[in-house]
Design a protein around this ligand. Structure first.
Ligand code: GLN
Length: 490
């Protein structure tokens, strides 16, 4: 009985099943599979059953239920949940329990969703394989030796393994789309500003966006319509009214112009991924789309640009984890810090405490990024790296502006390869960073993009088709994605 979002909400709204039955089913799946997959870091058993009972009681009183009535939605552990620990995949927040909910969590609760727990992720969302989590990697249910992608790997796997029909992740440079591609699920990164970031632990604030995973396109559209919209508590959140995302699914694609960027079909692209993506494009053409070649000339600079800007922002955002305000505190050896036992804390003792806490609390990848980011922001290097990267970001955005003068959407692979093996890239950070090459440009340009499964490889590994739309045109993206999904089912 692993149904999709729309089916579950409908059955709970009509009283054909209860929210408690759905919650128990999800908990049963999680209990049976999580030992092997490591997708959930925290299972909120009591909390989700309580939510379910409240939803059933609401229905019994004759009140109308919300659009996600009784739908279990897993939450990436970067999203603050009141009373439920939020680790962000890091030792430094291992025991941190937020005093408030992220805005998206509040909105899910108001829509009568069920929130069964928090999912594993790369530490502070830095990674593409889930291997930088302080709590062990997540395994890909399609092949347990392979990575699920990252950084929202736990959320992708919760959906891929049928533990929950939908989940939320966050995407800074591909962290929703790439794991969706690796696990055969649908993943959406909305336009920057479409969804409030209030209560999302910040990584790179000019890029971070929250978005849904789901088993199908329509389910993802419904979840996005619930979490989208203005929020006074996030000044970057846009006032734009949410379109009818669900209504856009199933609309005709006839006459839609889709652009195929030459730069995305270059060296490094796995031939089976290319064949699968090209077959999907041919099918959209057969369904009435007009296919055009487009150029995104600065694509090759996206990886370098992103890893300068994202690390710079991260080094600043992560300064708050100092052993004073949040989570872990490690007291250094007092003598080494220069003050005797019992002496009043000195400035150097405070500095030593910061250092000991951050050294013990952060993993290797997070430390690498803080060092890189601090370097590119430092006097003497700021102009050469940070400022230069900002300028290249503008060029990348202009490439898209020009392309969208000719086409309604861009279609391309989500990732250059199918899921790679766990351990395959951990000793070579650069090769790990290169796996983000097709997701980073849309992030840098703030554009909405979706990954939707296309034909798997001969070995049965999932492949993702990425559809990128102009800012705030998620509706176009949903129309194309649902047309493609429909053609794979007919
Ligand atoms: N893989 C990219 C990184 O490591 C993107 C991560 C993300 O989107 N959070 O930074």
């Amino acid at each position: 009985m692993n149904e999709d979002v729309i089916a579950i909400a409908g059955r709970v709204q009509r009283g054909e099943t209860t929210a408690v039955a759905v919650a128990e089913h999800a908990l049963g799946r999680i209990d049976a599979m999580n030992g092997e997959l490591n997708a959930f870091l925290t299972v909120a058993r009591e909390e989700v059953l309580e939510q379910a009972r409240a939803i059933d009681a609401k229905r019994a009183r004759g009140e109308a239920l919300g659009p996600l009535a009784g739908v279990p939605i897993a939450l990436k552990d970067a999203l603050c949940t009141r009373g439920v620990r939020t680790t962000c995949g890091s030792k430094i927040l291992e025991h941190w329990v937020p005093p408030y909910d992220a805005t998206v969590v509040t909105k899910l609760r108001q829509a009568d969703a069920l929130l069964p727990g928090k999912t594993n992720m790369d530490e502070f969302a830095m990674g593409s394989s889930n291997e930088s989590s302080a709590f062990g990697p997540v395994k890909n249910p399609r092949d347990l030796a392979r990575a699920p992608g990252g950084s929202s790997g736990g959320s992708a796997v919760a959906v891929a393994a049928g533990m929950t029909p939908a989940a939320l992740g966050s995407d800074t440079g591909g962290s929703i789309r790439q794991p969706a591609s690796f696990t055969g699920t649908v993943g959406v990164k909305p336009t920057y500003g479409r969804v409030s970031r209030f209560g999302l632990v910040a990584f790179a604030s000019s890029l971070d966006q929250i978005g849904p995973f789901a088993t199908d396109v329509r389910g993802a559209a419904r979840v996005l319509s619930v979490i989208a919209g203005k929020d006074e508590r996030d000044m970057t959140c846009l006032a734009a009214p949410a379109d009818d995302f669900e209504g856009a699914c199933g609309a005709s694609v006839k006459g839609l112009r889709i652009g195929v960027p030459e730069e995305y079909f270059a060296k490094g692209l796995d031939p089976e991924v290319e064949a699968s993506v090209r077959a999907a494009i041919a099918r959209l053409e057969a369904d009435g789309c007009i296919v055009k070649k487009v150029h995104l000339a600065h694509t090759r600079h996206a990886v370098a640009t992103y890893y300068v800007l994202a690390t710079a922002e991260a080094s600043s955002n992560l300064a708050r984890f100092d052993g004073v305000r949040y989570g872990l505190r490690v007291e250094p050896d007092r003598r080494a810090a220069g003050s005797g036992v019992g002496a009043a804390p000195t400035k150097s003792a405070l500095r030593a405490m910061y250092g000991a806490t951050r050294d013990a609390g952060f993993g290797a990848e997070v430390k690498r990024r803080i060092l890189l980011g601090t370097f590119v922001l430092s006097a003497g290097y700021y102009d050469a790296y940070y400022l230069k990267a900002q300028k290249v970001r503008t060029l990348i955005r202009r490439d898209f502006d020009a392309a969208f003068g000719e086409v309604d959407a861009i279609v391309c692979p989500t990732a250059p390869t199918p899921a790679f093996l766990l351990g395959e890239k951990t000793s070579d950070p650069l090769s790990m960073y290169l796996s983000d090459v097709y997701t980073l440009p849309a992030s840098l340009a703030g554009l909405p993009a979706i990954s939707v499964p296309c034909a798997p490889t001969a070995a049965g590994l999932p492949v993702g088709l990425q559809i990128i739309a102009p800012a705030l045109r998620e509706a176009t993206m949903f129309t194309l994605a649902s047309a493609w999904e429909g053609s794979t089912r007919s």
